[in-house]
Design a protein around this ligand. Structure first.
Ligand code: GMT
Length: 375
């Protein structure tokens, strides 16, 4: 059993979800878990005697224009490493967590191993930024082990940051206790979806990179041929643009903006198809969440998405911006119930055989053993 510190972004994004779910699974196996974060991770709803939470507080001082969160984090990490005698500090998202962790390791007296998990935009956006690039590269090279959530992200890290470091690929997973197809057909009536209407879903943080406009354009073509509703889940800077486009295309009656929602698996359970037209996606956790709920996806052939979707079997891949092909594939699929049902089942099976929480948890445990020489 290990004593593991975990740092992540606690409130938003798939990286925080993965870090928190991993912590819970590790605790269920008897490991002692110490979350070191700015607030309580939003998935940490259960009480577990093996889980501790250490809040990072930034102190106010009149000379600080910007209170230094990264240093407060490093100080808290060093304090917890020494007091709790952590074996491992596992940080999710390089910026600034890996950098703070390296500093904390230098400060702490107790020997701890640092594991950094790269999630995507920490490399594909921040890693491209000239100011941050040397710092992210430094933290990656100084980490004891580094993992990436897809082969594509591992390759991009080596290409973009020119890092001299072995990167293990450990895919994302879903909590199968939450993500499975539930009997939620009654919800359709609540949302005024007719029984013979197909449901298409998109879930994201509505940032530019998600290309929500492409989702709406694809749907506009689909609903011309098929009785369907589009459920848009999430909120972000591109929400107003999305509203405008729906109005401009005159499809308001077919599109529902639900904003942020908690019970995503309930909404996936009433969906037939998921659309993700992102410009960049290191993995696309929402695709896996959909697969676990028996929902196939049509998504762009970018980043790590082709590692998640098996084209033609568990969904379809289209070129970036190709909304016409996406619509054509969707129309054919939604019109063919035999094919659709087969794809739903295959999507579910792939989620179980390639990305199950047990498989991924064991990969992380093996990595912890390796880094601590406990094989
Ligand atoms: O999309 C984001 O920028 C948020 C980021 C996050 O912190 O959740 O998402 C990244 O990590 C997820 C979990 O590993 C991946 O599933 C997403 O594909 C990845 N996003 C991008 O690469 C754009």
């Amino acid at each position: 059993m290990f004593k593991i510190g975990i740092t992540c972004y606690p409130t938003i994004g798939g990286s925080g979800v993965i870090a928190t779910e991993l912590g819970i699974l590790l605790a269920e196996k008897g490991n002692e878990i110490h979350f070191i974060t700015s607030s309580m991770p939003f998935r940490l709803e259960c009480i577990n005697p093996e889980i501790y939470y250490h809040e990072v507080e930034t102190s106010y001082y009149p000379v600080f224009k910007h209170p230094p969160y990264d240093l407060a984090l490093a100080a808290k990490m060093a304090e917890v490493i020494d007091r709790e005698k952590l074996d491992i500090l596992h940080v999710h998202y390089a910026m600034p967590h890996a950098i703070s962790a390296i500093l904390a390791k230098d400060i702490a007296k107790h020997d701890v191993k640092i594991i950094t998990t790269l999630h995507g935009t920490d490399i594909t956006v921040l890693g491209m930024d000239k100011t941050f690039k040397p710092m992210i590269k430094y933290a990656i090279e100084k980490s004891d082990r580094v993992t990436a959530v897809s082969n594509d992200l591992a390759k991009q890290t080596i290409d973009v940051l020119e890092v001299d470091k072995e990167i293990d690929v450990i895919y994302n997973f879903v909590n199968e206790n939450d993500y499975y197809k539930k009997e939620r057909d009654f919800l359709k009536a609540g949302y005024e979806i007719a029984e013979d209407e197909k449901v298409i879903i998109h879930i994201s943080n509505f940032r530019k990179v998600k290309r929500v406009e492409d989702v709406i354009k694809t749907f506009a073509n689909i609903q011309e041929k098929i009785k369907a509703k589009l459920i848009l889940v999430g909120d972000g800077p591109e929400s107003p643009t999305a509203f405008d486009l729906v109005e401009k295309l005159g499809i308001q009656d077919h599109v529902m903006f639900l904003g942020r929602q908690k019970n995503i698996s309930d909404l996936l359970s009433i969906s037939d198809l998921k659309l993700l037209m992102s410009e960049q996606e290191s993995f696309g956790l929402v695709i896996l969440e959909a697969m676990a709920c028996e929902v196939p996806s049509i998504a762009t052939n970018v980043g790590g998405i082709p590692e998640v979707i098996s084209h033609g079997e568990t969904g379809y891949l289209v070129d970036l911006g190709d909304t016409e092909t996406a619509a054509e594939l969707a129309i054919n699929l939604l019109n063919d119930s035999v094919k659709l049902n087969k794809m739903k089942k295959l999507a579910y099976e792939r989620s179980k055989t390639k990305f199950s929480s047990e498989i991924i948890l064991n990969q992380y445990l093996d990595l912890y053993k390796k880094v601590l020489n406990k094989n």
